[in-house]
Design a protein around this ligand. Structure first.
Ligand SMILES: Cc1cc2nc3c(=O)[nH]c(=O)nc-3n(C[C@H](O)[C@H](O)[C@H](O)COP(=O)(O)OP(=O)(O)OC[C@H]3O[C@@H](n4cnc5c(N)ncnc54)[C@H](O)[C@@H]3O)c2cc1C
Length: 425
């Protein structure tokens, strides 16, 4: 069983992996299964990364629980991975073969006596935005991040740990599992290789002013649509338009919302066409009469993903429109949105009125705000340059936008790079 909180202040391992998404988990498990000791550092209270906030993932359209369950089984089956959640890297020094890393362990305020009985949550009076659902609903201040959360344990929002009202939760816990006076700890790790798997975040759609996100209630982003479709989402999986909870009869998907655009993200995020086609299947499943309109520059579905594209094309309720949406306006009397695009083949201006619009916004590396240590080279957008010759080993979507399968392949390669790091000194 992987360990959550080390008792010692100084620990050692062969490989340190930063970021507990599918890439980081893969590198950790692949390394452990060839006998390496690994420390996996995740700053959230649970591992799984952004895959955990998708409803289903292409191409097989299985829920994230399938993939994570297999990985959790592998993690539980090894004592070689120490999983540190709520953990942050403070510093990394040294060189390949001998790095010193300072890790801050933030308090969970709930110890391992937690049985998940939920009595604390019932009596908790404080509500906070649910970040898993992009703030579309609330959790209590003591909460289980999601049903598959690993570690499977409650956590207290640190903002409220000192709030008098939390004492009620402590009193309701029959197992003495809540410790509101838990303090942060700093530990040091000595490791031979460092892998950076810090992933991505969605592009800030409020910057794309012409598409109305943040101003027009019925314009949402693709990551929000994943949560709207999810059983653990704000409407328990029923997709309803945000302004009035109306059922969907006509929906527009706006491809390259800010992507392949010199004013925003000049690159292609690789997964957005497939993500929108996948989300169209959510709509079509719930609303057999609904029409789906997808506006695109060109549809990108590389390799075998083409099969998915072909399948979607067979649906007569799915309408593809060539052209990048230049403007979205709102009809205030109905709340409907009007998508306007120039067809780049015919020059015609195409206007389609829909109940709601979904912006396929791109992936931005989290490393753009927090560059990796040791002067690791990054490109102009913040993606780590693989084989940049120095610094940490980047993997997964920290390197470039990638789907899950590609992330897993890359992360397996990163496990090998970590093993050979000493040889490459
Ligand atoms: C709308 C949308 C839908 C998608 N749907 C699919 C799909 O159906 N199928 C598919 O194959 N792909 C899909 N993808 C792509 C998929 O989300 C990525 O392939 C996947 O998330 C990459 O995993 P990762 O581990 O590299 O990054 P992430 O999932 O971002 O994980 C990174 C982890 O690192 C942690 N972290 C970040 N910084 C630090 C730090 N400094 N210290 C500690 N921890 C840190 C984060 O909290 C996170 O847990 C979709 C993408 C989008 C935009």
């Amino acid at each position: 069983m992987a360990e959550f909180e080390p008792l010692q202040d100084e620990i050692t391992a062969e490989t340190l992996v930063v970021g507990g998404g599918i890439s980081g988990i893969t590198t950790a498990i692949e390394s452990a299964e060839v006998g390496r000791n690994v420390i996996l550092v995740e700053r959230k209270p649970f591992i799984g990364g952004r895959v955990m906030s998708t409803n289903q993932y292409f191409p097989k359209l299985c829920p994230p629980s399938c993939g994570i369950e297999i990985n959790l089984k592998r993690l539980r089956g090894t004592d070689k991975v120490r999983v540190l959640t709520l953990a942050e890297i403070e510093s990394v020094t040294g060189e390949p073969g001998n790095y010193q890393v300072t890790i801050k362990l933030n308090p969970r305020f709930v110890n391992d006596k937690c049985t998940l009985c939920g009595e604390c949550e019932k009596v908790c009076e404080i509500e906070r935005d649910n970040e898993l659902n992009y703030g579309l609903d609330k959790t209590k201040a003591i909460y289980l991040p999601h049903m598959m959360a690993y570690p499977h344990r409650y956590v207290v929002d640190p903002e409220y740990a000192g709030d008098e009202r939390m004492k009620k939760c402590v009193e309701a816990c029959a197992y003495d599992a809540i410790e509101l006076d838990m303090q942060p700890r700093t530990i040091t790790a000595t490791v031979k290789a460092v892998v950076w798997a810090t992933g991505w975040k969605p592009y800030d759609a409020t910057k794309i002013d012409n598409l109305g996100y943040g101003r027009i209630p019925n314009v949402v982003t693709n990551v929000v649509m994943e949560r709207m479709a999810s059983e653990s989402g704000p409407t328990q999986g029923k997709i309803l338009r945000p302004s009035d909870q109306k059922e969907i009869t006509k929906i527009g998907f706006v491809q390259c919302a800010g992507s392949r655009d010199e004013n925003h993200l000049p690159y292609c995020s690789a997964v957005c066409c497939l993500a929108s086609m996948k989300q169209a299947t959510y709509i079509r499943e719930q609303y057999p009469e609904a029409d789906v309109h997808m506006f695109y520059i060109d549809v990108r579905s590389p390799g075998r993903f083409e099969d998915f594209y072909v399948r979607v094309q067979e649906d007569e309720k799915f309408h593809f429109h060539r052209g990048k949406v230049g403007k979205i306006t709102e009809d205030p009397s109905t709340g409907n949105v009007i998508l306007e695009a120039e067809n780049t083949l015919t020059g015609e201006i195409n206007k389609v009125e829909c109940d709601m619009a979904v912006l396929a916004t791109g992936m931005v590396p989290t490393a753009v705000d927090e560059p990796p240590p040791l002067e690791t080279p990054v490109d102009e957008f913040g993606f780590i340059i693989a084989d940049g010759g120095r610094g940490v080993i980047g993997t997964g979507s920290a390197l470039r936008p990638m789907d899950v399968a590609a992330s897993i392949q890359d992360a397996t390669g990163a496990a090998l790079k970590a093993i050979t790091v000493e040889a490459r000194r």
